[in-house]
Design a protein around this ligand. Sequence first.
Ligand code: FEO
Length: 409
Amino acid sequence: MVNARVERLCTDPELYIIRIDDDEIKYFEAAWYIPEGITYNAYLMKLKDAVVLFDTTKADYANLFLEKLRELVNPEEITHIIVHHTEPDHSGALPKVLEANNYKAQVIGTAFARNLLEGFYGKDVVKNFKVVKDGEEMSIGGKTFRFITVPWLHWPDTMITYVVEDRLIFSCDAGGGYSIPETIDDSDEEVVQRYLPHVAKYIVTVIGHYHKYIVQNIKKLKNLGIVDNARMILPGHGIAWCHNPRRIFEFYERVGAGVPEKDKVLVIYDSMYGFVERRMEIVLDELRKLGKKPVVYRFTDREAPAVSDILGEVPSAEAIIIGASTFEAEIHPRIRYTLFEILDKANYEKPVLIVGAFGWGGVAGRKIETLITRSKFDHVATVESKGMPTEEDEAKLREAVRKLVEWTS
Ligand code: FEO
């Protein structure tokens, strides 16, 4: 059941999180399988003569959101609503919140956001809209609100808010992750450790297409001096970083840059009738002999892992091994789609070994090789052969694995 949590994050300024815990969603953006769920975080700040709402929630949960909001404030008392990003997981409830507010609040966002909001929800939501530019400051309730654009984190409309006196960063998608963490904030290290892989999966699936902008935008915020200085980083999804705020942006930078974990080799393959499987047994045996730690995802007639999970593993891999059957003169469809998404969203400079098996004509290996050589990945070798692997095939596979491992050292 979708739940809502309201908690106070600090008393000065009086700041609350309104977190909708969505455990009913199956496919984020109708694409990414997330059985772990997601949270939509909005924040409310009560100041001496202003009440500021930072983002809202998904339209499906607008009534639940309003119910929780009313525990904190009469919606008519909200003076400002800051829209960091208009994707409807954050803006969907805006029309109902504005209706409950009698359209008294000033809505603040970028020019791009204004345009999108009008397109999504009509003219009423933007009739009291204040467009802000990169770096612009506004005095609200005795505090200085600085708005900083972070384009492509996740859309071109996106900005963050820095509350100067309190050193608070409201970062919307940036700093977010999938899953429904047990805690609101980063006070429990075990919760954080369980949460971070869901952050990597979120980054690649949602922002991965724009991953160079992750590094670029965080650098921009660092150069402004606000990251090192931040007291809290408050994202639109997942954990609120109240204790060690820098940690989440450091994690984002590592994922954005594809910093590998020592010895992790990501192995992805399909096997229709065991021919690729047998080759992968050889490959995995050689990898383990060389001290590597393979992480394996396989598509067979009994299992089909989520592509979203595979994507989340790519940035931290030292190397990748792709195994594929030739299927109707093409790459097996599961691997074809997985590869398409990897090249689109997780395109990093990492070495790749390709392993192929075929019945009467090998096509998959060559086609994968062409795609890999046109990407940022480094093609190490392709070993493709017919039917069950021979002793000669086995020797070639072991040699190719050794070459891949040498590449990582
Ligand atoms: Fe969480 Fe891009 O929206």
